[in-house]
Design a protein around this ligand. Structure first.
Ligand SMILES: Nc1nc2c(c(=O)[nH]1)N[C@@H](CN(C=O)c1ccc(C(=O)N[C@@H](CCC(=O)O)C(=O)O)cc1)CN2
Ligand SMILES: [Mg+2]
Length: 297
């Protein structure tokens, strides 16, 4: 039995962050200012707090300005929208990111819709999803763009390949399918209502699992030689030792016997999200400064 390759997203992300840092140096030399990223956290969700802290640290490590705004969970939507408007108008801010999820009393779509699309480094604004869907230059959501980078690094040209995206979220599933389409893949989106999902997944040369259900995609669903990108981050308690750990949406141990290559959880797609966020911030800073897109990113 052959065992598939484990794709090292952590190493790839580190290399990308190094390239961004080089690009930041060149940007500062040209403009005399640092690119700036504003991150807004509402409430104290532990996982979100960790992600925001890591974003701040990595922004600074790449040579950019990091601005963090921590607001209580009780904040009203109007107040949050006012902060977004202030950041839209702030010349030092090239990128604005509002950490998701937001508390239930706040309408996520209104908040995202208030961000200046040119500063929308998450690529969640409808202007950016529309630009992406129509094949125009857009700010592209970080996690799916990171997945495409890993896929192209592993497979080269993706043209003509059969891709199945499991999950239809606005953050991952939908933009992922658009990006695969732009690479000339034949794309299917599977979801919770898909009939015989095992046979749908079995068609795929590329499987992207982004459903948020621990180890839902089984090894035998995978066509031999397929490449699997596991976007899931699910915290589970081990039945044997009672310890908490994170697993993906794919049963990785089983899948390894079928795949050509697979991203692990942790250490696969996750680290790419923040690396691409830094890349998007640098791209936004170039556009706002009237400079051409940085090369090689
Ligand atoms: N505004 C946004 N909100 C959220 C996004 C986003 O892109 N924009 N994505 C996720 C959370 N996220 C970044 O915000 C994120 C998730 C996971 C990782 C990561 O490095 N994961 C590690 C494991 C981490 C762990 O042990 O828990 C890995 O997979 O190796 C980075 C960023 C939702 N919200
Ligand atoms: Mg909400």
């Amino acid at each position: 039995m052959t065992i598939g390759k484990i794709i090292d997203g952590k190493a790839f992300a580190e290399t990308l962050r190094g390239k961004v840092a080089d690009g930041v140096g060149a940007f500062i030399a040209k403009t005399g200012r640092k690119p700036g990223l504003a991150v807004v956290l509402v409430g104290e969700d532990p996982a979100s707090s960790v992600y925001v802290r890591n974003k701040g640290k990595m922004t600074v490590a790449a040579g950019m300005e990091s601005m963090e705004f921590k607001l209580p969970a009780s904040i009203g939507e109007e107040e949050l929208l006012d902060l977004v408007e202030e950041l839209n108008a702030d010349e030092r801010v090239d990128g604005i990111l509002v950490q998701l999820p937001l508390p239930p009393h706040i309408n996520e779509a209104s908040v995202i819709g208030t961000i200046d699309p040119a500063k929308d480094v998450d690529g969640f604004h409808v202007v950016n999803s529309g630009l992406l869907a129509t094949g125009q230059e857009a700010m592209v959501p970080c996690t799916p763009l990171g997945c495409i980078m890993l896929l192209k690094d592993e497979l080269g040209d993706l043209s003509g390949l059969e891709a199945v995206v499991v999950g239809r979220s606005n953050i991952v599933g939908k933009p992922m399918s658009q990006l695969l389409l732009a690479e000339n893949c034949t794309v299917t989106i599977a979801h919770s209502r898909t009939r015989d999902i095992a046979s749908v997944v079995h068609r795929a040369d590329i499987v992207v699992a982004a459903v948020g259900r621990a180890e839902m995609v089984k090894g035998e669903w995978i066509k031999p030689g397929a490449t699997v990108i596991d976007v899931g981050i699910n915290r589970v308690t081990d039945t044997e030792d009672g310890k908490s750990r994170i697993v993906g949406d794919v049963a990785t141990a089983e899948a390894l016997a079928h795949v050509r290559a697979i991203t692990p959880v942790p250490g696969g797609v996750g680290p790419m999200t923040i690396a691409v966020l830094l890349r998007n911030t640098l791209v936004a800073a170039h556009a706002r400064a009237g400079l051409p897109r940085p090369e090689g990113l």
